[in-house]
Write a protein that binds this ligand. Structure first.
Ligand SMILES: [Zn+2]
Length: 408
């Protein structure tokens, strides 16, 4: 019993050390064994042993010599990013997209299946088809399978609690795929995964805290606290789109009246634009054949052409988003909040409106220290977020801030 325990402890230490070493190499791009020992506090002997293991697994390789500080030129090590991939599946409105994403966020292979005429009983067949295509030879080592699902997702149990569009209620998706593919399986929702992607592959956040609000047809946020995704007790953290902000608003899909989504989303903007187009002086009239033909692109063009009514709608949307941002600042005091999604196409006029509203609705010193960025919608944000989720679980690569090294 005691020797079993000792063995388990050794195994754990080895795993812990190899994660630590891998993370340092991953962050530094090219680093010597001596510098790894210095950064991690591990002995040189331990570092050498761990490095040999990682080289054997194909995860890292030696890459030329570095700068000498007097003696022999040190050999540098780097991560072989293409050696391991995540099989990522993103459930979208009209299709399921699958991709192999490498350790640096590079898309190595891409497949998709359209959802016309989708029935819930089709799902297992679709998943098998996508995963078989992704993992067909020649494929790199697959680290795990990650999924993004709209709706309420329980990432701890790997369950889809409720995904209305896909007809899934309390579906144990992890169990189903794990049994079939013998690989680790992780899932979460798109807004949270978009936040992870920004944290890991975007500008991130120096403090390890970041909130990303995705605004498209719907509105949702992802919250990263101390370098980890925060899901909430009921896995609903970040569902700010359905907080009521307009007293006399219109009815939302969720059944309530005046949700943030009904006044500050692409859908809300198109609705407001079509109403504005009844004004004969609106530029929108010359850009579309009829009010019903006005879409988000028409709106963006009218904004670029300097239409006052359109600019007024942007200010109003920014005002509501600024109130939402003020609540986040008051609750969490995070140093960076990112707005992204299709709405980012509105550019500086929207960002200015959000900042003005934030200044009016939050405590001045807190508002002043918060950096609000508008980040253009990244085409593959959700796929990258899925990769970040699996890399975090399997290799502990998510906490990229230097302080995280010091915690053990
Ligand atoms: Zn709602």
């Amino acid at each position: 019993m005691r020797s079993l325990l000792a063995k388990a402890t050794r195994q754990h230490t080895r795993n812990h050390n190899s994660r630590l070493v891998l993370r340092v190499i991953y962050e530094d791009e090219a680093i010597s064994r001596a510098d790894i020992a210095r950064k991690t506090g591990l002995t040189r002997t331990t570092v050498s042993a761990v490095v040999n293991e990682l080289i054997e697994q194909g995860l890292i390789e030696e890459t030329g010599a570095g700068q000498s500080s007097g003696g022999r030129l040190p050999i540098l090590l780097r991560v072989v990013h293409e050696s391991h991939c995540v099989a990522a599946l993103s459930f979208e409105d009209t299709q399921i997209v699958g991709a192999l994403v490498d350790m640096r966020g590079g898309i190595q292979r891409r497949v998709s299946v359209p959802l016309q005429g989708y029935r819930p009983e089709d799902l297992p067949g679709y998943l098998t088809q996508l995963l078989d295509d992704l993992t067909a030879d020649p494929a790199p080592h697959i680290l795990g399978i990650g999924l993004s699902m709209p709706g309420i997702v329980d990432p701890v149990r790997g369950m889809v609690r409720r995904a209305v569009n896909f007809g899934l209620v309390d579906t144990p998706l992890r169990q189903l795929l794990q049994d079939q593919y013998r690989l680790p399986v992780y899932l979460d929702n798109a807004a949270r995964l978009t936040a992870l992607a920004e944290y890991m592959f975007g500008d991130g956040a120096a403090s390890g805290n970041l909130v990303v609000i995705s605004i498209g047809v719907g509105v949702g946020a992802g919250i990263v606290l101390n370098g980890a995704l925060f899901s909430g007790d009921g896995f609903g953290a970040g569902e700010i789109g359905h907080v009521v902000v307009a007293d006399n608003g219109i009815r939302c899909n969720c059944g309530n009246v005046g949700c943030l989504e009904t006044v500050a989303s692409v859908t809300a903007i198109v609705r407001a634009a079509r109403r504005l187009a009844t004004d004969p002086s609106s530029r929108l009239r010359s850009l579309a054949s009829a009010a019903a033909a006005i879409d988000f692109n028409t709106f963006c063009r009218a904004l670029e052409e300097g239409d006052d009514g359109v600019a007024g709608i942007v200010t109003e949307v920014g005002r509501y988003l600024g109130i939402a941002v003020a609540h986040i600042v008051g609750l969490l005091n995070v140093e960076r909040i990112v707005l992204t999604g299709a709405i980012a196409a509105l550019g500086p006029p929207l960002l200015e409106a959000v900042k003005t509203s934030l200044a009016r609705h939050a405590l001045a010193p807190l508002a002043a220290m918060t950096r609000v960025d508008l980040v253009p919608e990244r085409h593959d944000a959700v796929l990258l977020g899925i990769a970040a989720m699996v890399l975090d679980h399997e290799f502990g690569l998510l906490r990229l801030d230097s302080q995280a090294h010091m915690q053990h």
